[in-house]
Design a protein around this ligand. Sequence first.
Ligand code: TXE
Length: 487
Amino acid sequence: MKTLMNYIDGTFVPAQSGDTIEDINPATGMVIAHIPRSTKADVELAAASAKSAQADWNALTLDQRADWLDAIADALQAKHEAIAQAESLDTGKPISLARRVDATRSVDNFRFFADFARKQQPLTFEMSDAMNFVERNGLGVVGLITPWNLPLYLMSWKVAPALLMGNSIVAKPSEMTPLTANILAETLDELNLPRGVFNLVHGLGPEVGQGILEHPLINGISFTGGTATGRIVAATAAPMFKKLSLELGGKNATIVLEDADLDQAVQGAVKAAFTNSGQVCLCGSRIMVHASIADEFIKRFVGEVAAMRIGEPSDEATQIGTVISMDHLEKVEFYINLAIEEGGTILTGGTRSMMGGVGPTPEGAYLAPTVIGGLSHLSRCATEEIFGPVVTVHTFDRLAEVTEMANATDYGLAGSIWTQDVEVGKALAKTIETGIVWINTWLHRDLRTPFGGVKHSGVGREGGQWSLGFFSETTNICVMNPRELGD
Ligand code: TXE
């Protein structure tokens, strides 16, 4: 049983209140750690420390901060297995996924931004009689608030560019997945990162999270999480003119055109649907397949899904672990039952009640990957975010229908299109209201590209230049050419 601490002003400390929250292992229902139940009082200490550290940190050169990011990447790489084990324990995701995705990408995020920084050129704009120099400085103190599905992957995605651009940080992980944020704090402490540059506060969103949103010393908020919470973030921070980046929910379409390579499309659709038990905002939770190939596609897709191995997260062979918690399992089951009420048919999977004990232990939040047919693309299950191992399958006859079907949701984050005619795929992609469309692949990521969504999937983009831009303020310095001064 671990007792985690906040990391404030270079020191590990409990919440001032002394109160704690239990961190539960979703595969066993057992308490694996206690974390500080921080409040605004703890945010006050963290923000003050961050404020005092920020000017010196910002005064370093971009290259010096890039060197820090490389040192962090090296140190996290040395803890790759520990990060993967902790992430799997905290989230219930298969250890193979935690290694391949969570731990690896957490290291890569720091490495990428270090390398990306070194490729930056000074930003100047020449006029006939003057030269413009664009200076970039940190926002100051930034608040980073992250969710439970990809804990360190998403926290490092924000911490790396925030540090790089000269900001100091008050970070808050989800109260359901604190372990790897703690590993990050320990690592930065071991590296002797100047105290106050990175602060970590644990606790409940409406308490310590809200405290971050409200704190006057915090100039920018980068938030990843649910759309409902995103609304609270915006409502709180916008009137204070804080800079905001919101990465919210998704309800993404996997579109299979009649000329698709069926084997490739089936494998891609399964990966998009059930990676991390569907708990990735980019997951393809609505499958739209051309009527002419629907029977064959659905037969193969359902066969692959039914054969997926549900097991202990620690088992190397496990493909489907648990969802994040019993509460979330019940939320997902609600949608499966609603689908049945809406006239849907369970093609494979379903709720625990339909199949009895699904996973290796009844205490575990296990749910079989579930495929639902027979629903309108306008049904609640096909338009609302479920964020679990559940997909709906729909058919279309004409390409012209697909755009309307794919856009018939309040979300607009991502999508994938499977076709052997890339030009048709690209033309269709341009009609889909999302921030990202993959063609004949899914979750293939170039970290230089803009990441984010539209509509209820968020505001802003992060990645490459977009991250550097979000985590900095520009000052344009315009200098008249000396010879002009004589006029
Ligand atoms: O989100 P929450 P969760 C979405 C996905 C899913 C949800 C699940 O749609 O529905 O997030 O993640 C903190 N003031 N995405 O449950 O509740 C909370 O403590 C300040 C999409 O974690 O929004 C946690 O640290 N903070 C995403 C964080 O917000 C508050 C990828 C997120 O919590 C708060 C992952 C408040 N009032 C999940 N209330 C994507 N687009 O990439 C809560 N929090």
